[in-house]
Ligand binder design. Structure first.
Ligand SMILES: [Zn+2]
Ligand SMILES: [Zn+2]
Ligand SMILES: [Zn+2]
Length: 332
């Protein structure tokens, strides 16, 4: 018995893909001719939220608990390890490989991530100093068209990984191999990047399709995207981990997007919406609940006039009270 849903072959249009092309058409019709691509994206996100809302009213998608209780296979009967406190000084938390429940790990890590001076710990402050030192030169060198030509690109990316690791991922991410994606002759690779427990790859020339995003910002955003994959792959329990762009990945990516302008000085867009849509089209993820979608706040990376560069949450969707989100997450 397969434990994971079989991904739907791409040549068969999944039910979600069919629904999504209708959303695209709706968004297209609602976007004024000559408006920027960002307006289209905004309307597309709105159409998606409307769709989730309509589905949410029909079915909440929670499985019925069986009267006998859930039968757990023996290989899944293991205790999740907990983390004793957040790192405050030089000591990193001792995360054990593939041992932590992923919603819990994501929640603890979200608490670690902050852009408030008073809340930054020593590890984060030092990482920030390193970032300030290299930032300008780094952004310049990352702005070339073919990133595989950057002198000592591997070394530079590794040092950025180390900074981002300390700032956002508890300083816990273990070393990963870095490389640029190498396409075989005549076989283009559409991915912007890959992230696994042992390696991260970035495409040297393909970039984020969002307009108004610079080459350097697109690359650093993709690096952050893949680092979250690597982090979750390294430390979440292998029996119950969810790969791809599900809730745990989403909340971490969202939190990093929120603090990036204040800490890093650029508006990171981690491709959260596109990642989720990809998963849904390929039958990898289930449709999120309406509460999850509101919490994800996909619009936060779209620069509306008053929000540009502020990284403030968008006012386009009502935000649900943080308390509600928290208790829901804890009950998982
Ligand atoms: Zn329900
Ligand atoms: Zn587990
Ligand atoms: Zn991804």
């Amino acid at each position: 018995m397969a434990l994971l849903p079989e991904p739907i072959p791409v040549h068969v249009l999944s039910p979600f893909s069919q629904a999504f092309s209708k959303m695209r058409m709706k968004a297209y019709a609602e976007t004024h001719l000559g408006a920027s691509g960002l307006r289209f994206k905004e309307n597309l996100i709105k159409a998606f939220i409307e769709y989730v809302r309509s589905q949410d009213e029909i079915c909440c998608g929670r499985p019925e608990p069986s009267p006998e209780g859930i039968v757990v296979a023996w290989w899944k009967k293991q205790k999740h390890r907990h983390i004793a406190g957040l790192p405050q000084g030089r000591l990193y938390p001792k995360l054990k490989r593939r041992s932590h429940e992923s919603a819990y790990l994501a929640e603890v890590t979200c608490h670690y991530i902050t852009d408030k001076d008073a809340d930054l710990n020593l590890i984060q402050k030092k990482a920030l100093q390193r970032w300030e030192k290299v930032k300008n030169e780094l952004m310049d060198s990352m702005a070339i068209k073919d990133a595989s030509l950057i002198a000592d690109g591997h070394g530079i990316i590794q040092s950025v990984i180390s900074i981002f690791n300390d700032l956002f991922l508890l300083g816990a991410l273990r070393r990963v191999k870095f490389d640029w994606i190498r396409e075989a002759e005549g076989v283009p690779d559409m991915a912007l990047g890959y992230g696994s427990d042992s390696s991260i790859q970035l495409h040297p020339t393909s970039l984020n399709s969002d307009p108004e995003v610079s080459l350097a910002v697109s690359r650093l955003s993709t690096l952050l995207h893949e680092m979250i994959h690597a982090f979750l792959a390294q430390f979440t329990c292998s029996s119950c981990k969810k790969l791809w762009h599900g809730r745990d990945w989403q909340v971490l990516a969202k939190r990093i997007e929120e603090v990036a302008p204040g800490l890093l000085g650029f508006r990171a867009a981690l491709g959260r919406f596109d990642g989720l849509i990809y998963d849904l089209k390929h039958g990898i993820e289930k449709l999120p609940s309406m509460h999850d979608v509101l919490h994800y706040n996909f619009e936060q990376v779209l620069p509306t006039d008053e929000l540009y560069g502020e990284g403030a949450p968008s006012k386009l969707v009502e935000d649900i009270p943080t308390k509600l989100v928290k208790s829901r997450r804890l009950s998982w």
